[in-house]
Design a protein around this ligand. Structure first.
Ligand code: BES
Ligand code: ZN
Length: 373
Protein backbone atom coordinates (compact mmCIF):
# COMPACT_ATOMS: atom_id res chain seq x y z
CA UNK A 1 0.00 0.00 0.00
CA UNK A 2 1.25 3.47 -0.78
CA UNK A 3 0.65 6.59 1.19
CA UNK A 4 1.05 9.98 -0.38
CA UNK A 5 2.96 12.35 1.84
CA UNK A 6 3.20 16.08 1.59
CA UNK A 7 6.85 16.69 0.99
CA UNK A 8 8.78 19.64 2.21
CA UNK A 9 7.86 19.46 5.86
CA UNK A 10 11.14 19.11 7.68
CA UNK A 11 11.21 18.34 11.36
CA UNK A 12 14.33 18.32 13.48
CA UNK A 13 14.50 15.29 15.78
CA UNK A 14 17.64 14.75 17.86
CA UNK A 15 19.72 16.64 15.30
CA UNK A 16 18.34 14.61 12.39
CA UNK A 17 16.43 16.31 9.64
CA UNK A 18 13.44 14.05 9.12
CA UNK A 19 11.44 14.69 5.99
CA UNK A 20 7.72 14.16 5.64
CA UNK A 21 6.96 12.41 8.90
CA UNK A 22 3.56 10.69 8.98
CA UNK A 23 0.98 12.04 11.38
CA UNK A 24 0.91 9.23 13.89
CA UNK A 25 2.99 6.25 14.81
CA UNK A 26 0.05 3.89 14.28
CA UNK A 27 -0.12 5.16 10.73
CA UNK A 28 3.49 4.15 10.26
CA UNK A 29 2.66 0.59 11.20
CA UNK A 30 -0.50 0.49 9.08
CA UNK A 31 1.27 1.42 5.87
CA UNK A 32 4.61 -0.12 6.75
CA UNK A 33 6.50 3.13 6.39
CA UNK A 34 10.06 3.00 7.59
CA UNK A 35 12.34 5.77 8.76
CA UNK A 36 15.71 5.38 7.11
CA UNK A 37 18.82 7.38 7.83
CA UNK A 38 20.58 8.21 4.60
CA UNK A 39 23.35 10.47 5.80
CA UNK A 40 24.78 11.86 8.99
CA UNK A 41 22.07 14.50 9.23
CA UNK A 42 19.14 13.23 7.16
CA UNK A 43 16.41 10.67 7.53
CA UNK A 44 13.32 10.03 5.45
CA UNK A 45 10.08 8.03 5.67
CA UNK A 46 9.79 5.50 2.87
CA UNK A 47 7.79 2.37 2.06
CA UNK A 48 9.31 -1.06 2.57
CA UNK A 49 9.40 -1.77 -1.17
CA UNK A 50 10.97 1.61 -2.02
CA UNK A 51 13.63 0.86 0.58
CA UNK A 52 14.70 -2.14 -1.47
CA UNK A 53 14.28 -0.83 -5.03
CA UNK A 54 15.50 2.74 -4.43
CA UNK A 55 18.27 2.05 -1.94
CA UNK A 56 19.41 -1.60 -1.67
CA UNK A 57 19.21 -2.32 -5.42
CA UNK A 58 20.98 0.93 -6.28
CA UNK A 59 23.64 0.41 -3.64
CA UNK A 60 22.69 3.57 -1.82
CA UNK A 61 23.45 2.97 1.80
CA UNK A 62 21.08 3.62 4.70
CA UNK A 63 20.22 2.39 8.16
CA UNK A 64 16.63 1.66 9.19
CA UNK A 65 16.15 3.63 12.41
CA UNK A 66 12.36 3.28 12.72
CA UNK A 67 12.61 1.23 15.90
CA UNK A 68 15.72 2.82 17.42
CA UNK A 69 14.47 4.99 20.27
CA UNK A 70 17.73 5.43 22.19
CA UNK A 71 19.28 8.88 21.38
CA UNK A 72 22.75 7.64 22.33
CA UNK A 73 22.49 4.80 19.79
CA UNK A 74 21.33 7.24 17.09
CA UNK A 75 24.24 9.57 17.86
CA UNK A 76 26.71 6.67 17.73
CA UNK A 77 25.45 5.70 14.28
CA UNK A 78 27.00 8.89 12.91
CA UNK A 79 30.37 7.21 13.22
CA UNK A 80 32.01 10.49 14.05
CA UNK A 81 32.45 10.88 17.75
CA UNK A 82 34.18 8.27 19.89
CA UNK A 83 31.60 5.71 20.99
CA UNK A 84 31.26 5.33 24.75
CA UNK A 85 31.71 1.68 25.73
CA UNK A 86 29.92 0.03 28.63
CA UNK A 87 32.15 0.11 31.72
CA UNK A 88 33.00 -3.61 31.67
CA UNK A 89 33.98 -3.51 28.01
CA UNK A 90 36.08 -0.37 28.49
CA UNK A 91 38.05 -2.20 31.16
CA UNK A 92 39.06 -5.09 28.87
CA UNK A 93 42.71 -5.22 27.91
CA UNK A 94 43.11 -7.29 24.76
CA UNK A 95 46.36 -9.28 24.88
CA UNK A 96 49.25 -8.42 22.58
CA UNK A 97 50.33 -12.03 22.20
CA UNK A 98 48.31 -15.22 21.84
CA UNK A 99 48.48 -17.97 24.42
CA UNK A 100 46.04 -20.63 23.20
CA UNK A 101 47.52 -21.50 19.82
CA UNK A 102 47.90 -25.23 20.48
CA UNK A 103 44.25 -25.59 21.48
CA UNK A 104 43.10 -23.40 18.58
CA UNK A 105 45.23 -25.29 16.02
CA UNK A 106 43.73 -28.61 17.14
CA UNK A 107 40.25 -27.16 16.58
CA UNK A 108 41.22 -25.60 13.23
CA UNK A 109 42.38 -29.03 12.02
CA UNK A 110 38.75 -30.18 12.36
CA UNK A 111 37.35 -27.71 9.81
CA UNK A 112 35.29 -29.66 7.31
CA UNK A 113 34.38 -27.70 4.20
CA UNK A 114 32.09 -30.45 2.91
CA UNK A 115 29.75 -29.44 5.75
CA UNK A 116 29.94 -25.81 4.67
CA UNK A 117 29.30 -26.67 1.04
CA UNK A 118 26.20 -28.69 1.95
CA UNK A 119 24.74 -25.96 4.17
CA UNK A 120 25.48 -23.25 1.63
CA UNK A 121 23.87 -25.30 -1.14
CA UNK A 122 20.65 -25.50 0.86
CA UNK A 123 20.74 -21.83 1.90
CA UNK A 124 21.10 -20.71 -1.73
CA UNK A 125 18.26 -22.97 -2.86
CA UNK A 126 15.70 -20.87 -1.00
CA UNK A 127 14.32 -18.53 -3.66
CA UNK A 128 15.20 -15.61 -1.41
CA UNK A 129 16.09 -15.27 2.25
CA UNK A 130 14.55 -11.79 2.26
CA UNK A 131 13.52 -11.09 5.84
CA UNK A 132 9.85 -10.40 5.10
CA UNK A 133 9.34 -13.27 2.67
CA UNK A 134 7.84 -16.70 3.34
CA UNK A 135 11.02 -18.38 2.10
CA UNK A 136 13.01 -16.11 4.44
CA UNK A 137 11.10 -17.69 7.32
CA UNK A 138 11.71 -21.17 5.88
CA UNK A 139 15.46 -20.54 5.52
CA UNK A 140 15.55 -19.37 9.12
CA UNK A 141 13.76 -22.54 10.22
CA UNK A 142 16.27 -24.64 8.25
CA UNK A 143 19.12 -22.81 9.94
CA UNK A 144 17.53 -23.18 13.38
CA UNK A 145 17.03 -26.93 12.85
CA UNK A 146 20.60 -27.38 11.60
CA UNK A 147 22.03 -25.45 14.56
CA UNK A 148 19.83 -27.37 17.01
CA UNK A 149 21.00 -30.72 15.60
CA UNK A 150 24.64 -29.64 15.92
CA UNK A 151 24.04 -28.34 19.45
CA UNK A 152 22.71 -31.72 20.57
CA UNK A 153 26.37 -32.82 20.90
CA UNK A 154 26.54 -30.74 24.09
CA UNK A 155 23.45 -30.52 26.32
CA UNK A 156 24.80 -27.33 27.95
CA UNK A 157 24.24 -25.41 24.71
CA UNK A 158 21.01 -23.46 24.28
CA UNK A 159 19.66 -22.47 20.87
CA UNK A 160 16.93 -19.83 20.75
CA UNK A 161 15.02 -17.73 18.26
CA UNK A 162 15.10 -13.98 18.88
CA UNK A 163 11.92 -12.67 17.31
CA UNK A 164 11.38 -9.29 15.68
CA UNK A 165 8.51 -7.17 14.33
CA UNK A 166 8.90 -9.03 10.99
CA UNK A 167 8.56 -12.72 10.30
CA UNK A 168 12.19 -13.88 10.10
CA UNK A 169 13.72 -14.51 13.55
CA UNK A 170 17.39 -14.13 14.44
CA UNK A 171 19.00 -17.24 15.96
CA UNK A 172 21.28 -17.37 18.98
CA UNK A 173 23.36 -20.40 20.04
CA UNK A 174 24.93 -20.01 23.45
CA UNK A 175 27.83 -22.05 24.86
CA UNK A 176 27.79 -21.18 28.55
CA UNK A 177 31.07 -20.23 30.19
CA UNK A 178 32.09 -20.06 33.82
CA UNK A 179 31.59 -16.29 33.39
CA UNK A 180 28.44 -14.64 32.01
CA UNK A 181 30.61 -12.14 30.13
CA UNK A 182 29.89 -12.55 26.44
CA UNK A 183 32.01 -13.07 23.34
CA UNK A 184 29.77 -12.86 20.28
CA UNK A 185 30.43 -14.11 16.77
CA UNK A 186 27.77 -13.02 14.28
CA UNK A 187 26.73 -13.24 10.65
CA UNK A 188 23.55 -12.16 8.90
CA UNK A 189 21.37 -14.97 7.55
CA UNK A 190 19.12 -12.95 5.22
CA UNK A 191 19.64 -12.09 1.56
CA UNK A 192 18.13 -9.55 -0.80
CA UNK A 193 17.70 -9.27 -4.55
CA UNK A 194 17.06 -6.25 -6.72
CA UNK A 195 13.46 -6.20 -5.45
CA UNK A 196 11.94 -7.78 -2.36
CA UNK A 197 10.38 -10.49 -4.53
CA UNK A 198 13.40 -11.14 -6.79
CA UNK A 199 15.58 -14.26 -6.80
CA UNK A 200 18.33 -13.89 -4.24
CA UNK A 201 20.62 -16.85 -3.62
CA UNK A 202 22.81 -14.67 -1.39
CA UNK A 203 25.67 -17.14 -1.66
CA UNK A 204 28.43 -14.76 -0.71
CA UNK A 205 26.21 -12.13 0.99
CA UNK A 206 25.91 -13.68 3.44
CA UNK A 207 25.66 -17.44 3.02
CA UNK A 208 29.44 -17.61 3.32
CA UNK A 209 29.55 -15.73 6.63
CA UNK A 210 26.65 -17.86 7.92
CA UNK A 211 28.47 -21.14 7.18
CA UNK A 212 31.80 -19.74 8.37
CA UNK A 213 30.40 -19.27 11.84
CA UNK A 214 28.26 -22.43 11.64
CA UNK A 215 31.31 -24.67 11.09
CA UNK A 216 33.10 -22.86 13.93
CA UNK A 217 30.12 -23.54 16.17
CA UNK A 218 30.01 -27.20 15.07
CA UNK A 219 33.65 -27.75 16.02
CA UNK A 220 33.22 -26.19 19.46
CA UNK A 221 29.94 -28.01 20.10
CA UNK A 222 31.23 -31.43 19.05
CA UNK A 223 34.34 -31.13 21.24
CA UNK A 224 32.16 -29.93 24.18
CA UNK A 225 34.37 -26.86 24.41
CA UNK A 226 33.80 -25.36 27.87
CA UNK A 227 34.82 -21.70 27.69
CA UNK A 228 35.59 -19.22 30.44
CA UNK A 229 33.54 -16.46 28.80
CA UNK A 230 30.12 -17.37 27.46
CA UNK A 231 30.29 -17.74 23.69
CA UNK A 232 27.32 -16.74 21.58
CA UNK A 233 26.85 -17.36 17.87
CA UNK A 234 24.30 -15.06 16.24
CA UNK A 235 22.63 -15.41 12.85
CA UNK A 236 20.96 -12.04 12.35
CA UNK A 237 17.67 -11.57 10.52
CA UNK A 238 16.90 -8.52 8.40
CA UNK A 239 20.39 -7.09 8.01
CA UNK A 240 19.60 -6.14 4.43
CA UNK A 241 16.56 -4.24 5.66
CA UNK A 242 18.89 -1.89 7.55
CA UNK A 243 20.63 -3.87 10.34
CA UNK A 244 17.26 -4.76 11.86
CA UNK A 245 17.95 -8.06 13.63
CA UNK A 246 21.24 -6.99 15.20
CA UNK A 247 19.75 -3.62 16.21
CA UNK A 248 16.99 -5.47 18.09
CA UNK A 249 19.39 -7.85 19.81
CA UNK A 250 21.98 -5.26 20.84
CA UNK A 251 19.32 -2.80 22.05
CA UNK A 252 18.01 -5.65 24.20
CA UNK A 253 21.53 -6.45 25.47
CA UNK A 254 22.09 -2.80 26.32
CA UNK A 255 18.79 -2.45 28.17
CA UNK A 256 19.41 -5.67 30.11
CA UNK A 257 22.97 -4.50 30.91
CA UNK A 258 24.76 -7.50 29.41
CA UNK A 259 28.53 -7.44 29.38
CA UNK A 260 29.95 -7.98 25.91
CA UNK A 261 33.75 -8.26 25.77
CA UNK A 262 33.93 -8.64 22.00
CA UNK A 263 31.70 -8.97 18.93
CA UNK A 264 33.15 -10.26 15.65
CA UNK A 265 31.08 -9.84 12.49
CA UNK A 266 31.52 -12.16 9.49
CA UNK A 267 29.74 -10.66 6.50
CA UNK A 268 30.93 -12.07 3.13
CA UNK A 269 33.89 -14.47 3.26
CA UNK A 270 34.01 -16.11 -0.20
CA UNK A 271 35.23 -13.59 -2.79
CA UNK A 272 38.82 -12.47 -2.57
CA UNK A 273 40.76 -11.37 -5.66
CA UNK A 274 43.44 -9.93 -3.34
CA UNK A 275 43.66 -13.27 -1.49
CA UNK A 276 43.80 -11.63 1.93
CA UNK A 277 41.30 -11.04 4.73
CA UNK A 278 40.52 -7.37 5.35
CA UNK A 279 39.95 -5.73 8.70
CA UNK A 280 37.55 -2.77 8.65
CA UNK A 281 38.31 0.20 10.86
CA UNK A 282 35.10 2.24 10.89
CA UNK A 283 32.12 1.59 13.18
CA UNK A 284 34.43 -0.80 15.01
CA UNK A 285 36.48 -0.71 18.20
CA UNK A 286 40.16 0.11 17.64
CA UNK A 287 41.59 -1.99 20.49
CA UNK A 288 39.54 -5.06 19.54
CA UNK A 289 40.50 -4.56 15.90
CA UNK A 290 44.21 -4.57 16.82
CA UNK A 291 43.63 -7.87 18.66
CA UNK A 292 41.71 -9.23 15.65
CA UNK A 293 44.67 -8.40 13.38
CA UNK A 294 46.93 -10.46 15.61
CA UNK A 295 44.49 -13.39 15.40
CA UNK A 296 44.11 -13.15 11.62
CA UNK A 297 47.89 -13.14 11.16
CA UNK A 298 48.41 -16.06 13.55
CA UNK A 299 45.68 -18.35 12.21
CA UNK A 300 45.72 -17.60 8.48
CA UNK A 301 49.43 -16.83 8.06
CA UNK A 302 48.42 -13.62 6.26
CA UNK A 303 48.75 -10.05 7.50
CA UNK A 304 45.29 -8.57 6.89
CA UNK A 305 44.62 -5.55 4.72
CA UNK A 306 42.70 -2.55 6.06
CA UNK A 307 39.59 -0.87 4.67
CA UNK A 308 36.48 1.13 5.59
CA UNK A 309 32.85 1.05 4.41
CA UNK A 310 32.34 4.74 5.18
CA UNK A 311 28.94 4.00 6.76
CA UNK A 312 27.42 1.44 9.13
CA UNK A 313 27.47 -1.29 6.51
CA UNK A 314 26.77 -4.36 8.60
CA UNK A 315 25.85 -5.75 12.01
CA UNK A 316 29.05 -4.69 13.78
CA UNK A 317 27.59 -1.15 13.58
CA UNK A 318 24.63 -2.25 15.73
CA UNK A 319 26.97 -3.61 18.41
CA UNK A 320 29.12 -0.47 18.24
CA UNK A 321 26.20 1.96 18.42
CA UNK A 322 24.91 0.20 21.54
CA UNK A 323 28.26 0.63 23.29
CA UNK A 324 29.75 -2.83 22.71
CA UNK A 325 33.25 -3.41 21.27
CA UNK A 326 32.91 -4.82 17.77
CA UNK A 327 35.20 -5.81 14.90
CA UNK A 328 34.60 -6.67 11.25
CA UNK A 329 36.69 -8.90 9.03
CA UNK A 330 35.65 -9.02 5.38
CA UNK A 331 36.82 -10.86 2.26
CA UNK A 332 38.05 -7.82 0.29
CA UNK A 333 38.71 -4.11 0.47
CA UNK A 334 35.54 -2.07 -0.01
CA UNK A 335 36.45 -0.64 -3.43
CA UNK A 336 36.91 -4.07 -5.03
CA UNK A 337 34.24 -5.93 -3.09
CA UNK A 338 32.02 -8.56 -4.75
CA UNK A 339 30.05 -6.86 -7.56
CA UNK A 340 27.40 -9.61 -7.71
CA UNK A 341 25.78 -9.09 -4.32
CA UNK A 342 22.10 -8.17 -4.05
CA UNK A 343 21.33 -9.87 -7.35
CA UNK A 344 20.42 -13.27 -8.78
CA UNK A 345 24.09 -13.67 -9.77
CA UNK A 346 25.38 -14.05 -6.21
CA UNK A 347 25.50 -17.83 -6.66
CA UNK A 348 27.18 -20.85 -5.13
CA UNK A 349 29.24 -21.36 -8.29
CA UNK A 350 31.23 -18.18 -7.75
CA UNK A 351 32.19 -18.84 -4.13
CA UNK A 352 35.93 -18.99 -3.44
CA UNK A 353 36.24 -21.79 -0.88
CA UNK A 354 39.83 -21.09 0.07
CA UNK A 355 38.71 -17.62 1.19
CA UNK A 356 35.92 -19.21 3.25
CA UNK A 357 38.53 -21.56 4.76
CA UNK A 358 40.74 -18.63 5.80
CA UNK A 359 37.81 -16.93 7.49
CA UNK A 360 36.78 -20.14 9.24
CA UNK A 361 40.32 -20.60 10.58
CA UNK A 362 40.46 -17.10 11.98
CA UNK A 363 36.94 -17.44 13.42
CA UNK A 364 37.86 -20.65 15.26
CA UNK A 365 41.05 -18.92 16.46
CA UNK A 366 39.07 -15.89 17.59
CA UNK A 367 36.43 -17.96 19.42
CA UNK A 368 39.03 -19.88 21.40
CA UNK A 369 41.40 -16.99 22.14
CA UNK A 370 38.66 -14.52 23.08
CA UNK A 371 36.88 -17.08 25.25
CA UNK A 372 39.80 -16.64 27.68
CA UNK A 373 39.68 -12.81 27.78
N1 BES B 1 27.48 -7.36 3.14
C1 BES B 1 26.99 -6.03 2.96
C2 BES B 1 27.97 -4.98 3.46
C3 BES B 1 29.28 -4.88 2.72
C4 BES B 1 29.32 -4.84 1.35
C5 BES B 1 30.44 -4.77 3.45
C6 BES B 1 30.55 -4.72 0.71
C7 BES B 1 31.66 -4.63 2.80
C8 BES B 1 31.71 -4.61 1.43
C9 BES B 1 25.68 -5.86 3.69
O1 BES B 1 24.88 -7.01 3.66
C10 BES B 1 24.91 -4.75 3.04
O2 BES B 1 24.49 -4.89 1.94
N2 BES B 1 24.74 -3.64 3.74
C11 BES B 1 24.03 -2.51 3.20
C12 BES B 1 23.74 -1.51 4.28
C13 BES B 1 22.72 -1.99 5.30
C14 BES B 1 22.67 -1.03 6.45
C15 BES B 1 21.37 -2.17 4.65
C16 BES B 1 24.88 -1.83 2.13
O3 BES B 1 26.11 -1.92 2.19
O4 BES B 1 24.32 -1.15 1.28
ZN1 ZN C 1 24.17 -7.09 1.45
Amino acid sequence: MHLKLSLGALVATSSLLVSAAPAAESLTKDVNLRLIKTSESEATWISEEDKITKYVAKNINFIDITDIKDPEVLANLNGESEVRLTAAAAAVVYPTSLSHTAEANTAIAKINQTNQQGWLTTLTEFYTRYYRSATGTQSSTYLFNTITTIAAANPAIKVTKFTHSFNQPSIIARIPGTSTNLVIIGAHQDSVGSTSTGRSPGADDNGTGSVTILETFRILASSKFAPKNTLEFHWYAGEEGGLLGSAGIFANYKSTAKTVLAMLNQDMTGYSPAGKPVVYTDYTNAALTTYLRLIVTQYTGITPLTSTCGYGCSDHASATSNGFPAAFVHEEIFATSNPKIHSASDTLASVNWSAVLRHTKLTVGFAIEASYL
